[in-house]
Design a binder for this molecule. Sequence first.
Ligand SMILES: Cc1cc2nc3c(=O)[nH]c(=O)nc-3n(C[C@H](O)[C@H](O)[C@H](O)COP(=O)(O)O)c2cc1C
Length: 175
Amino acid sequence: MSASIVGLSGSPAPVSRSRTLLGRALISLERQGAGPVRLIDLAQLSAYGLLGRRDDPGIADVLGAVQDAAIVVVSTPIYRATYSGLLKVFFDLLPQDALAGKVAIPIATGGGPAHLLAVDHGLRPLLASVGALVVATGVYGIDTQFRNGVPDAALLERIEHAALEAAALASEVTT
Ligand SMILES: Cc1cc2nc3c(=O)[nH]c(=O)nc-3n(C[C@H](O)[C@H](O)[C@H](O)COP(=O)(O)O)c2cc1C
């Protein structure tokens, strides 16, 4: 199955703050009529497939969905000052220029503010390395901005802003 907006969650955790933000971004994009959305939990994919040790239909399906997408939203927890290894192994499977002509939103959550710049110094170059047009507004949330799993108003506003930018940019790219 393919979708014009794909969300990739790079958290291995079954209950994930970064995935929650990803879900909110997809809802916002869907509400704006930017296209149908699909959220993909990379942790649900085969570990052998992710490591490239065997061909895997689940991985092929996700690579196809990414290829068909106009907007790719990527979320990750900050692990050891950068994006998760799970996200990295998936990106290592992407062909060169896999995101050329696609708009991307980078989203991360961390335990505290110290690694805020991982969005700009880690995620942004990762996305640019495969050709993505990354929106100006990156999203970084910290754990204390969540109450019972719900992001605070400032974080939701930032997500909304990033989604608006992505929808506008994607319509420029496709016209
Ligand atoms: C292995 C591991 C490494 C982490 N390293 C960092 C780090 O370097 N900087 C940071 O701010 N938070 C770090 N954290 C905290 C997570 O980034 C934070 O709790 C995040 O919100 C988890 O996202 P998730 O709920 O989507 O999995 C780490 C957590 C784990 C489990």
